[in-house]
Design a protein around this ligand. Structure first.
Ligand code: SF4
Ligand code: SF4
Length: 672
């Protein structure tokens, strides 16, 4: 075609891209360390499945399918771009074995044509979404449409280029234009062009326009990437590869807290440059699809928090300060900007229930809970900006080991009338039954504790409780940003647990389940932790508990976030319900890994909800009641309280709210 123009375009295109990419790389490396180079085979597998295989995309069906088509086409057409660049120097250039007279060349030509058409279909679906459907979750700026325009022009240009080549070749051979099976799109274009009866000169103009449009627009596209949300085309694979492989419910402990205080280091995250390099890679990778906010209970109920906008605000702030950060080395010498004073409204941070619905949905594995808790840590531990109700809960935890500040002596009142062994009397028990503050103090949740204890006794399980020696695990303190208090509570509890040589723990509360199982290991407490619904399902399966009495009711099960999304326990509670004669188990619109939060997590239970359109618990209650269920079942004392309040707010006295253990208890003969 024209070697000079092609050389100039390639040098300019790749040169400018290298400059932009270098800046982004430098900006990323100002971030704090994050150890993400372990378990490489697992990382590769996950990157293949979720980044290359786009496994989360079809969760939003048509947008997902459109994205998969464009992404797959993008990979197939990369080779085509290389070939076209080569043809700038030699009109007959092809890549090695991909010559059109070779079998692989024909196969590639077929693939290229098919995917060019599929990419056009995918791009048109997105045009429909952006222009006609306009879902609230998406960012509907001109940038997205411009990119879609570039993609469409490139594909049409490519097909047009092939078509003109075929017509000109047929004319040179004095033959008619034929449909070629391995170039279906190009041949269709050729047949259409032949019908127009254009002159050779006109055909050559179309051919050149097609060729240069594709060859040059790829370079334009490449240079747009680092400055737009489409940077994810480059960063999505590494972002998925380097995502956190630890259990999703585990927060990384702050090392050497006291030393940090002595050295006057910031506790938590105050400034953008204190995020890790992986967090910065997250900011680069956000596709602005809005799936996170679409599932976020806070966004859904009209709170200020939208996880997508949280990421975008942090990203925009990072980009605004790029030169200063790169030039000044971690921002030293430059104005150090407190994120919670102008960039992120603290109300946004306090509205999060840490439910992980956003993380579960994000197709590129961007994390939120860790960032939000890190910023809360700064608010609580450095600025002392704590919602009033939380200061009361913190005081209760410090004084009496429970967030309600109730006397420790009341912790055992739930056992009244039952024979529940204590660890101090029965140190050889196989399991410790960890009660948790909710079942210990909350009147309604106490029924769950009683049901669990009765069922364990009936099944002959060797267990005991700590009694007054048990205190809160500290989950709420940690997620509310009080890492200091959490670490003290964790160390105290681990001392008690290890003092009894405890190996196996049954928990009633999913928050205790998560903290004991995923977080106490960092403080020397390694335990096999099982949630009561898992153990009950096993006992029923083994025939040690026999649900024989009918419980005639339509039952909906509400997934607790810390049991489901944080720990993958979805089936055991359903398995228990399914074994009970008479129970008709129904599913809410959002369930399992899309289950909507009840609004209690992340210490929300202990404070007033941020202002919004409605409360999270009533929104979730609506979903559950829409199933026509007579019983709303759950497996978390905090969900239970939130849903009970939701049901009461709707004056639905006809609806019962029961833990899975209570429903099972009704069915096991002689216990109810
Ligand atoms: S963790 Fe839950 S509440 Fe928090 S931002 Fe994500 S979806 Fe929203
Ligand atoms: S964080 Fe993930 S889900 Fe949310 S807008 Fe960005 S890419 Fe989409």
């Amino acid at each position: 075609m024209n070697p000079w123009i092609m050389s100039l375009a390639l040098i300019a295109g790749f040169g400018v891209f290298a400059y932009s990419a270098r800046k982004r790389w430098q900006l990323m490396t100002i971030g704090a360390a994050a150890p993400r180079f372990d378990r490489i085979p697992e990382r590769l597998r996950l990157a293949l499945r979720f980044a290359i295989g786009q496994a989360r995309m079809p969760r939003y069906r048509w947008a997902g399918i459109a994205h998969i088509l464009i992404f797959a086409g993008f990979i197939v057409l990369l080779l085509r771009s290389l070939m076209l660049w080569g043809r700038g120097y030699d009109e007959h250039f092809h890549l090695w074995i991909l010559g059109i007279d070779q079998p692989l060349g024909k196969l590639y030509a077929l693939l290229k044509d098919v995917f060019a058409v599929l990419v056009i279909i995918g791009a048109l679906i997105f045009v429909y979404y952006r222009v006609i459907k306009r879902p609230e979750r998406m960012t509907l700026g001109v940038e997205g449409l411009a990119i879609l325009g570039i993609i469409l022009v490139m594909m049409v240009a490519d097909i047009g280029y092939d078509g003109t080549e075929q017509v000109l070749a047929a004319r040179a051979a004095n033959a008619g234009v034929q449909f070629i099976g391995w170039e279906p799109a190009g041949s269709t274009a050729a047949l259409a062009l032949a019908g127009l009866d254009l002159s050779d000169a006109a055909l050559n103009v179309v051919r050149h326009a097609g060729f240069w449009s594709h060859a040059l627009l790829v370079l334009v596209f490449l240079n747009i990437l680092p400055y737009t949300k489409h940077f994810h085309i480059i960063t999505a694979v590494p972002n998925v590869f380097f995502h956190n492989l630890e259990p999703p419910g585990r927060l990384v402990p702050t090392e050497d807290l006291e030393g940090k205080v002595e050295r006057e280091e910031t506790l938590g995250i105050a400034r953008i440059e204190q995020f890790s390099w992986k967090a910065i890679l997250d900011f680069y990778t956000c596709t602005e699809c809005g799936r996170c906010s679409d599932q976020c209970p806070a966004t859904r109920t009209g709170k200020k928090l939208s996880p997508k906008h949280l990421t975008l605000d942090l990203r925009d702030h990072l980009y605004e300060r790029q030169d200063e950060l790169i030039g000044g080395g971690n921002g030293d010498g430059a104005a150090k900007i407190d994120l919670t004073s102008g960039v992120i409204d603290p109300e946004v941070l306090w509205a999060c229930t840490t439910c992980r619905a956003c993380e579960q949905e994000c197709p590129v594995f961007i994390s939120y809970v860790d960032k939000i808790v890190d910023m809360r840590q700064y608010l609580v531990q450095e600025k002392g900006e704590i919602p009033q109700d939380l200061t009361v809960a913190f005081r209760g935890l410090e004084t009496n080991g429970n967030p309600w500040n109730l006397p420790a002596a009341q912790r055992n009142e739930w056992t009244e009338g039952l024979e529940v062994p204590r660890m101090s009397e029965n140190p050889g028990a196989e399991y410790l039954l960890w009660i948790g503050c909710g079942p210990a103090y909350d009147e309604k949740a106490r029924k769950t504790a009683r049901a669990v204890a009765q069922l364990l006794t009936r099944a002959g399980v060797s267990y005991a409780i700590l009694g007054e020696e048990e205190t809160c695990t500290g989950d709420a303190a940690r997620r509310a940003g009080n890492e200091f208090l959490f670490q003290i509570m964790a160390q105290t509890n681990v001392e008690v647990l290890n003092g009894y040589g405890i190996k196996k723990i049954i928990t009633i509360c999913p928050h205790c389940f998560n903290t004991l199982g995923n977080e106490y290991g960092d403080f020397g407490g390694q335990y096999e932790v099982i949630h009561h619904t898992e153990l009950l399902a096993k006992l029923v399966d083994e025939g040690k508990l026999k649900p024989t009495q009918r419980v005639d009711a339509r039952v909906v099960y509400h997934d607790a976030c810390y049991l489901g999304r944080h720990n993958g326990v979805y089936d055991p509670p359903r398995a228990v319900l399914s074994c009970i004669p008479g129970v008709e188990l129904v599913e809410a619109k959002d369930s399992r890994d899309r289950g909507m939060c009840c609004g209690a997590g992340g210490a929300q239970f202990f404070k007033e909800e941020e202002p919004g359109r409605e409360r999270v618990n009533t929104a979730r209650t609506d979903q559950l009641l829409a199933t026509g269920a007579e019983v709303v079942s759950s497996a978390c004392p905090f969900c239970m309280r939130m849903l009970t309040d939701g049901i009461n707010a709707k004056d639905r006295e006809d609806i019962q709210q029961m833990d899975i253990a209570e429903v099972l208890l009704k069915s096991v003969a002689g216990l109810s």
